[in-house]
Structure formats: C-alpha cells, structure tokens
Write a protein that binds this ligand. Structure first.
Ligand code: FE
Ligand code: FE
Ligand code: ZN
Length: 277
C-alpha cells in the first residue's frame, strides 16, 4: 500500500484533517501539534479524536505524523529555552496517547556554538526526561540540512542521540529528502549507497517516515528550502526511485512542499501515477 499525504492544519481538528486528506486522495497526513511558534495549544476534543479513529480505520488510512513546533530547541544555550522545549514535548506526548501508534517527529535542535557533543547530550537528556516506558508513540529524529549549528545532519549524530536515550526502543528516524540532499547525501545518483550507509549507522528498521520534498538548492547547500515535487534539484526521476525503493516503499510519505491543498493534490496524483503497484 502506498501511504502518501501532506502537511495539514490541525486547527479544525482531526476528523477535518482526515476528510481534507481524503479530498486530495491522501491516506495519511502530517500536522503541527500546535502553532509552529510554540506556546500553548488548545485541548484536543475527545469526540473528534474518536470520530477520526473510526474514519482512519474505515478508510484504510496509515499512520499519521505529529510534528513538534520547529522552534523548539532541546539543546539551546539558554536553560529556559531547553526547559520550554521539554515541557512542550512532554505535553505533546501526553496528548498523543489518545492517538495510539502515532509518530512524533521533531528537529533535534541547534547547539548554537556549544558544540555538537554538548548538543547531543542535551537532546538525549531532554528525551530521557519526557519519555516513559509505556508510551505508545514513537519519537522520530528528523534528518536535518545542517543549516547553522543544527544537530542531526549526519547519520552518526542521530545514532549518538539514540545511543544516549534510555528508552531507545521508542525512537526512530524521519528522513527528509530535501534535508539529506542539503546535508550532502547523494540521493539523486547514489540512493542505494546512502540507504546502505543509513542501515550501517542507524539500521533501516529505525526509519519510520519520509518527508518527501524537492529542494531549491543543489546538494550540500545546507540551506533547507523546500521545492515542489519535480521542480527542484532532486528532480522527479530521483523522487520516483525513492517512493518505489524496496527499503522505502512501505513507509508513509509526507509532502512539505510549498503548496496549498490543491497543489498537494496534484503532487499526490502525480506520485500515485508513478508508484509501481
Ligand atoms: Fe521538520
Ligand atoms: Fe521535514
Ligand atoms: Zn525543511
């Protein structure tokens, strides 16, 4: 089954996102758990979640992906900023228990001059504080572009974080195709090699989701500017190889391309036409 969806807004609730996804022939979706700028989030309605869970089952939707606000930084130099990130993630994870089996993706953080090793320690310390043994959510580290002092643009850095997380059985990775290209991994001409490297360092069983984005910039640019599918440096042939790759084709794919709903619908139609049944 090809699970493909796009980023949607949570503002009207879960059932509304399910129906919106269905209207563009998606069978999954991603949403921000709250305003990307962070801050407090409205409570989620139990009735809405119950209705969504029925909808998800009835329409054969795959796993959905909750995205933490991208402004959180577990490895900020400022203790107050680290604490805010921890508290927000703890609140998100507690809420997500109402949606068992959901994936929760976050940007590992920016070490802002503290050095990557300190960054990794602080990220793992934050995770160790907010995770608990019976949690039903899998927490995903997103592969980053390496903009500024971002941690997580090398597979080794993600490995080091996971190694320091006590409940690492609840940890996985979300691979963002724009970011890995930006980080210098050649997924255009050497996808097999990159996946072999991922497998050697992280283990392909850790890979739980793909952010499917084209890139406005050439490989190794460290810029993190997403482009529409087929209109950037990654290009459609490479994207078609990614969605059909035997190690990836079973994973849920999430578009974070610069689009409104209609544009996402067009990209989903294009990708469906290129997915080998
Ligand atoms: Fe992200
Ligand atoms: Fe992403
Ligand atoms: Zn990005």
């Amino acid at each position: 089954m090809f699970y493909i969806g796009s980023h949607l807004s949570v503002s009207k609730g879960f059932l509304a996102m399910g129906k919106q996804a269905q209207s563009i022939d998606a069978n999954t979706f991603q949403f921000f758990t709250r305003n990307p700028r962070g801050g407090s989030a409205k409570a989620w309605s139990e009735e809405d979640i119950a209705a969504f869970l029925d909808f998800q089952k009835e329409h054969g939707f795959g796993t959905i992906l909750a995205h933490a606000p991208y402004t959180l930084n577990l490895c900020s130099k400022e203790e107050a900023t680290r604490t805010f990130a921890r508290n927000t993630m703890a609140d998100d994870l507690r809420r997500l228990e109402a949606l068992p089996g959901t994936l929760y993706n976050f940007h590992p953080g920016s070490h802002v001059g503290q050095g990557v090793e300190v960054g990794i320690e602080q990220i793992a310390a934050g995770l160790n504080e907010v995770m608990w043994p019976e949690m039903q959510t899998t927490v995903l580290l997103e592969t980053m572009a390496g903009k500024g002092s971002e941690v997580g643009s090398r597979f080794e850095e993600l490995r080091a974080i996971i190694d320091q997380v006590k409940l690492s059985e609840h940890m996985g990775v979300c691979l963002d195709t724009c970011h890995v290209l930006d980080a210098g991994y050649d997924i255009i001409d050497h996808l097999d090699d990159v996946l072999a490297e991922f497998d050697r360092i992280l283990g392909l069983s850790r890979l739980k989701a793909i952010h499917l984005n084209d890139s406005k910039n050439p490989p190794a640019s460290h810029k993190d500017r997403h482009e529409k599918i087929g209109e950037g440096y990654l290009g459609l042939p490479a994207i078609v190889r990614i969605i059909n790759h035997p190690s990836l084709r079973h994973l849920p794919f999430f578009l974070e391309t610069p689009n409104e709903l209609e544009g996402y619908g067009n990209e989903i139609a294009l990708l469906r036409s290129q997915y080998q049944a």
